[in-house]
Design a protein around this ligand. Structure first.
Ligand code: P5A
Ligand code: ZN
Length: 470
């Protein structure tokens, strides 16, 4: 796909995912189809997080003085905050910010909640909308000004080691989540200049869209004790002293939905993983002049089996229009499998199954006893194939280079992700970014022995990834 943006924009409209005509830039309406994908996606994430996090819900508004308390944090967000200045006609004494993220909403409360070492660790999350007055080019679901699906987790620990373990645990959680959706990723530690404002360090997940540009789809931050000091979050140790806590936070957004659509989609439209597809199966009766009744009856029968016994999301498309038109529409909407039933098939005890991901047609023997299992197996296969295909694409598009010239050539020509050896110096990194107009995603591995940095030729410290990114 050469023009991802155009494809993406068109498919969001045609498949009725969101309505982009809302009259505020960067804010959109979730339509029923999009909302369903969002709902199923959130269910997967909630199931994982609920194992050891507790869901909470904080107010949208943050008083100006709380937002301003943590200097580095507020500096990072100052250009992006929306302010409420009036209540009706009355000017507020204290301006109120629409949360750009919730650290400064939550942490004053954490200071009240955390008392003793025995309270810790605490792990919370919430799913909310956040607001960022983005100045870079906005894009639906990818860079929005109202992030409608901000899933943010915040954890509190007694020591440094525990926060490091939690960072690793959060990375595992997000891996599990993205794996369930077949979204491939690279994981790196962001360079200093690109870490979350106020964090000690940031670990990020990036995926590769099919135009060769990367998209950051999730971040995990080790906050150390910075916010604990600012918001005075302390606990009493066993020996009665007061110590500052250590914290982590991590978050995902609407970009997850964008990547589900963008990673798996193709020229025929969407291809949605079975786990989150609004309909997992669509049944299309092939009706000729004769035998129509019988075909419809059979279709209804298998629909009931799939729905009631298999607990699957299934739709019988019995509209009086050409079958070809139905095929086109359900392929565009990305329904993972389509079942076609004609009069001949019923006589032969066969049904035709078409896999959306590769459009493979399979003629299956119909046995009522094993039907659910057969369909579950196919859904499982489709999911697996989608995941394999997207991982293959990612892996084929990570290219190691030995020089800056080579990096520049590949990034213009083939795009994708480039892996290179880097000294790790901020000044060298930002210089390299400008020279060949790329973003350093982050570092992967340390300890490079004799190798040299491809930009400054000082000894290299890290295997590092770069790309052009959204
Ligand atoms: C972690 C959760 C935070 O805000 N505070 C609580 C931390 N991190 S973050 O990196 O700034 O944002 C988390 C993820 O949100 C996505 N994201 C966006 N998505 C859509 N539109 C935007 N304007 C936008 N800004 C950030 C990114 O995927 C990021 O990883
Ligand atoms: Zn260097």
């Amino acid at each position: 796909m050469t023009d991802f943006s155009e494809w993406f924009h068109d498919i969001l409209e045609e498949a009725e995912i969101i309505d982009m005509r809302y009259p505020i830039k960067g804010m959109h309406v979730w339509l029923p189809q999009g909302f369903k994908i969002r709902k199923h996606t959130l269910n997967i994430l909630r199931d994982i997080l609920d194992e050891d996090h507790e869901e909470v819900l904080f107010p949208l508004l943050i008083p100006e003085d709380e937002l301003a308390k943590e200097a580095i944090h507020v500096k990072g967000f100052e250009d992006e905050v929306y302010w409420i200045t009036h209540g009706g006609l009355t000017k507020l004494n204290k301006k109120l910010a629409l949360r750009p993220t919730s650290e400064t909403a939550m942490y004053p409360m954490f200071s009240l909640w955390v008392r003793s070492h025995s309270d810790l660790p605490m792990k919370f999350y919430q799913v909310v909308n956040t607001f960022r007055y983005e100045t870079k080019h906005t894009r639906p679901l990818i860079r929005v000004r109202e992030i409608t699906t901000f899933t943010e987790a915040h954890t509190i620990h007694i020591n440094k080691e525990d926060t490091e373990n939690q960072v690793n645990r959060a990375v595992e959680i997000y891996k599990m989540f993205f794996d369930a959706l077949g979204i491939p990723y690279v994981i790196t530690t962001r360079p200093e200049w690109d870490k979350f404002p106020g964090a000690d360090y940031t670990v990020a997940f990036d995926t590769l869209l099919n135009d060769g540009k990367t998209l950051q789809i999730g971040t995990v931050h080790n906050l150390g004790q910075t916010f604990a000091r600012t918001f005075d979050i302390t606990y009493e140790t066993e020996s009665g002293e007061h110590e500052y806590v250590y914290q982590t936070c991590y978050g995902l957004s609407d970009r997850v939905i964008a990547s589900i659509l963008g990673v798996h989609g193709d020229e025929k439209g969407l291809c949605i993983p079975p786990a989150v597809s609004p309909y997992q199966i669509v049944i299309v009766p092939i009706i000729f002049k004769k035998g129509g009744e019988e075909v419809l009856k059979f279709c209804k029968e298998i629909k009931e089996i799939l729905k009631n016994k298999g607990d699957l999301r299934v739709h019988l498309d019995d509209r009086d229009i050409r079958a070809g038109k139905k095929f086109y529409e359900w392929e565009m909407r990305g329904v993972p499998i389509r079942i076609e039933v004609g009069p001949r098939d019923i006589k032969d005890n066969k049904i035709v199954i078409v896999h959306r991901n590769n459009l493979k047609k399979e003629i299956m023997d119909y046995y009522p006893e094993s039907f659910i299992d057969d369909i579950q197996r196919i859904l499982h296969d489709v999911n697996h194939e989608m995941s394999e295909k997207s991982w293959k694409f990612l892996n084929e598009n990570i290219r190691p280079v030995a020089s800056l010239e080579e990096a520049a050539e590949i990034i213009t020509d083939k795009k994708g992700i480039i892996s290179f050896n880097w000294c790790g110096e901020d000044s060298c990194g930002t210089d390299l970014e400008e020279k060949i107009r790329v973003d350093i995603l982050g570092v992967q591995k340390d300890g490079l022995g004799e190798k040299k940095c491809i930009n400054c030729e000082k000894p290299a410290k890290h295997v590092t990834l770069l790309a052009r990114s959204y």
